[in-house]
Design a protein around this ligand. Structure first.
Ligand SMILES: Nc1ncnc2c1ncn2[C@@H]1O[C@H](COP(=O)(O)OP(=O)(O)OP(=O)(O)O)[C@@H](O)[C@H]1O
Ligand SMILES: [Mg+2]
Length: 858
């Protein structure tokens, strides 16, 4: 057996091999060592014929899912090796085969997947400076291809990967190292280096024709289609290699052009916290969390895709906005829609499991219930006025014929297993009914036999029983053995009873068990036939799923708009950005205090580039992100948190914000900052939005000011992109002398020593940063705050007092400060004493200690 294991393992060297042994999956050798430490299961040994015992570990087969999930999360791949013949009839060692390899990108099981998130497997190949690209989510059946060509190909591809966050990336073996470096894949995703042959054009083309039909490649007229063949073909081959079965739910090869959507680079996605919060902030602090009211898993995945890919076509945006508008106005209809959606399960993934052959009878019931909701859903959508809602209604196909088939065929509460019968409803199939009758009769007869034999033998305690090894038997207790008749054959002896069989008993047994066996087989067969009917209807099912997802996503945006009192944005072709009383969609929900709304006006004449100054903590960063988020929302088809808004069509958003979270990349923070600035000035167009938050901060003041000024001038005169630029360098505020650059500041009110944050963005510049004030708020020791104030005063009056102040400090002054510090410590202690809860004696004690401390100190 170990020999068999080694042979199989040899074919799957880069996986952890789950080797089926009876009711267990076992791992051996290095796999066992690795798995035992990763999964925290005990390492044991097994005699393997050699001198040393073979390391081994394992777990019961039904616990496999949990372990697979844990290994996948750690980026391992798992090969499942099953017994492929019945051990009872096997001669010698049972034949075993790997039936499937599960990798992070090829997970099918619903419970191993994030419900509202796609699990993408991506394949990339490179030819000169062109990239061939394909991606799939096998749980839902999407299959998309694209090509990234030319000078900017690599950058665009990196951006696309940042959006998709694939679980696994497939690369040709000979290019794997270079590509994963170029695309910065290492560490962030499972990289699978795969056979170069698979990417070979001819091989790949054959795969494509196999999956999508002979004329499929010819059908696609998109430019660059030739280019996608290697990646797409290899992806299909990989799926076939690992899944080892038909993937008929992957039916459509969709070419897409990433330029159809607003481009967002990885750092902008991160900075704006679209779908993932920065660092370890809670998940609800994202734009997605604020807008996601979807009811179904499909809708959840779609709204995420919408937010990740804001649109660039005004007409397309309008279609969504019209639909959201109608659902927002029609509250009753919206509620009805929600109720209908509640009854619909994940049709996309159910379709996947149908073609994968892993669907069970309970899934079929879920499918039946879902289909049952569709006629009403369709009716509701078709009543709507908005074009997109009507179209969506038309996309939905209630598949009445198939639903009715399920209704007639499948029992209402079927078991999980497909092999144990109990699936098919009575009345659906005559042979099933007949066998059930036979089985029932046999059982009745067996019960009758018990009575008959009791009467015949006079043994009152005689029983007819059943077990898996011996089948049906007659049991007689030891005390009554003498009365056992001649024709009883002894089968088994227990402590205080004996078990017998009779020819008559065996006859009935054959009847019952025979019927049962045939029944189980027949029911399974009928189930498979029904499943095949659905396989034939996969396309209808997928189109319907897409319709439901869209209805759900639109519902979600309407619900968010209603709850958040959002306004419908106007989309302005002329490119003016006018927001009245805009709010930050996420912050306004998580903030305890009231969020202060702000206006934004950016036109192409007076205020194309806005310089924002204002004290630390005033709200500059918040304001700038808010503008970006509102644009993103509008172009995704969402209403926006504002009293009113006019949004220009923005082709890209760039953000350059703080650098704290880039430590991992190993670049110096300032280098990082400059790199991002380069990417911005290279990529931005007149139609882009640029957000620069305190650029130039990471170096000396004079370098910083110089770089910032040069950047602003360049962006303004050469690019002409709408730009928000925050800074603490007040020297830069004179840039407003240039036509089109304007100063804003976030207002504060001075109140004696304190300042009050008003959070209001107003015209004009601010001249102070109040950094020291924030330092005090943060609880920096008094001594530092006082000293900083003195230094600042020196700098401001231009007396060059910095060094002077430090030198002037006499030794006496230093001591005074030191004394002051120690006194402070004692005062603190005194302050913390809870005198009321002390006995007089304790109080006296404490007083004594404090005095002692003073004595030793001075
Ligand atoms: N419009 C607003 N209404 C209410 N609170 C706000 C508003 N804007 C910002 N805040 C609060 O002020 C805090 C600081 O805001 P923000 O980080 O934008 O300040 P900043 O001006 O960028 O400061 P720094 O110069 O130190 O970077 C936010 O975390 C938020 O709690
Ligand atoms: Mg800031």
């Amino acid at each position: 057996m170990i020999k068999q294991y080694l042979e199989i393992k040899q074919q799957y060297p880069d996986t952890i091999l789950f080797f089926r042994l009876g009711d267990f999956y076992e791992m051996f050798f290095d796999d066992a060592r690795l798995a035992s430490s990763e999964l925290e299961i005990a390492l044991t040994g097994r005699d393997g014929g050699g001198s040393e015992r073979v390391p081994m570990c394992g777990f019961p087969y039904h616990a496999a899912d949990g372990y697979i999930a844990r290994l996948l999360a750690k980026r391992y791949r798992v090969a499942i090796c099953e017994q492929v013949e019945d051990p009872a009839s096997a001669k010698g060692i049972v034949r075993r085969e790997v039936t499937r390899v599960i990798t992070p990108g090829t997970v099918m099981e619903g419970h191993l997947l994030e419900e509202k998130q796609n699990n993408y497997l991506v394949s990339i190949a490179m030819d000169g400076s062109n990239y061939s690209f394909a991606m799939t989510d096998i749980s839902t059946g999407v299959f998309m291809v694209s090509a990234f060509t030319g000078e900017k190909g690599r950058v665009r591809l990196t951006e696309e990967l940042a959006r998709l966050l694939p679980a696994e990336v497939l690369l040709p073996l000979s290019q794997a190292e270079r590509l994963s470096e170029d695309l910065a894949l290492a560490g962030s995703v499972t990289v699978s280096a795969y056979l170069d042959e698979a990417f070979d054009r001819l091989q790949a083309l054959r795969e494509l024709e196999n999956q999508f039909g002979r004329d499929c490649p010819g059908n696609i007229k998109a430019p660059g289609f030739e280019l996608i063949i290697p990646a797409a073909g290899a992806l299909l081959k990989y799926l076939r290699d690992t899944q080892k079965r038909d993937l008929s739910h992957i039916r459509q090869l969709n070419y897409y052009h990433p330029g159809r959507f607003m481009l967002l680079d990885a750092s902008t996605r991160r900075n704006l916290e679209l779908t993932r919060a920065l660092s370890d902030a809670p998940r609800r602090n994202t734009l997605l969390a604020v807008l996601d009211y979807t009811v179904t898993a499909m809708g959840g995945r779609l709204i995420r895709n919408w937010l990740e890919q804001p649109l660039l076509e005004k007409d397309e945006i309008m279609l969504r906005l019209d639909a959201v508008d109608e659902l927002l106005q029609q509250m009753l209809m919206r509620n009805d829609l929600k109720d209908l959606l509640k009854g619909i399960y994940d049709l996309e993934r159910l379709a996947g499991r149908i073609s994968f052959g892993t669907i069970n009878a309970r899934d079929m019931i879920a499918l039946k219930k879902s289909l049952g909701c569709l006629p009403d859903l369709q009716g509701l959508l078709e009543q709507c006025k908005a074009t997109l809602l009507q179209d969506t209604g038309r996309d939905i196909d209630p598949m009445e014929d198939l639903r009715e088939l399920l209704e007639r065929a499948i029992t209402d509460n079927p078991p999980l297993s497909l092999r144990d019968g109990g699936i098919i409803k009575t009345g659906f199939h005559t042979e099933v009914d007949r066998l059930r009758l036979v089985k029932q009769e046999g059982k009745t007869m067996l019960a009758g036999l018990e009575e008959q034999e009791r009467a015949r033998t006079g043994i009152k305690s005689l029983k007819v029983g059943f077990n898996k090894v011996f089948g049906y038997y007659i049991e007689v207790t030891r005390a009554n053995l003498e009365q056992v008749p001649q024709d009883y054959q002894r089968k088994q002896t227990l402590a205080n009873a004996e078990r017998f069989i009779t020819p008559e008993l065996k006859e009935y047994e054959d009847l019952v068990l025979g019927a049962e066996d045939r029944l189980m087989q027949l029911e399974y067969q009928i189930f498979c036939e029904i499943r095949d009917q659905f396989t034939g209807a996969i396309q209808r099912l997928q189109a319907t799923a897409a319709g439901v997802a869209r209805a759900d996503a639109l519902y979600s945006l309407a619900e968010a708009a209603a709850g958040g009192r959002y306004a419908r944005p106007g989309i302005d072709g002329d490119g003016e950005l006018i927001i009245k009383d805009g709010r930050h969609p996420v912050l306004e929900q998580v903030l305890r205090e009231k969020f202060v709304p702000n206006d934004t006006i950016m036109d192409n004449q007076k205020s194309r580039l806005v310089m924002i100054t204002g004290p630390n903590m005033a709200g500059k960063s918040t304001y700038m992100r808010q503008v970006a988020l509102l644009i993103m929302m509008a172009q995704s088809g969402s209403f926006v948190p504002a009293a009113s808004a006019q949004i220009p069509l923005v082709d890209r958003i760039f953000t350059r914000v703080g650098a704290a979270d880039d430590l991992a990349t190993g670049q110096s923070t300032f280098m990082m900052e400059m790199n991002e600035c380069r990417a911005i000035v290279q990529g931005a167009t007149k139609r882009s939005l640029i957000i620069m938050d305190e650029v130039g901060r990471g170096t000396s003041t004079y370098d910083g000011i110089s770089i910032a000024r040069a950047l602003v001038e360049y962006i303004h005169t050469r690019i002409g992109a709408k730009t928000l630029f925050s800074t603490h360098y007040h020297e830069l505020t004179d840039l407003d002398q240039i036509e089109g650059i304007i100063n804003y500041n976030v207002a504060v009110k001075e109140d004696g020593e304190n300042i009050v944050f008003l959070r209001k963005v107003v015209a004009g510049k601010s001249d102070r940063s109040y950094g020291i004030h924030v330092a005090r708020l943060a609880g920096l020791p008094d001594e530092i705050v006082k000293r900083a104030t003195a230094v600042l005063r020196g700098l401001e009056t231009g007396e060059g007092a910095v060094e002077a102040a430090a030198c002037r400090e006499s030794s006496h002054e230093k001591e005074a400060v030191a004394l002051h510090e120690r006194e402070q410590a004692l005062i603190q202690k005194l302050r913390r004493l809870n005198v009321l809860s002390m006995t007089p004696l304790e109080a006296l004690n404490q007083l004594y200690h404090l005095q002692q401390e003073l004595k030793t100190d001075f």
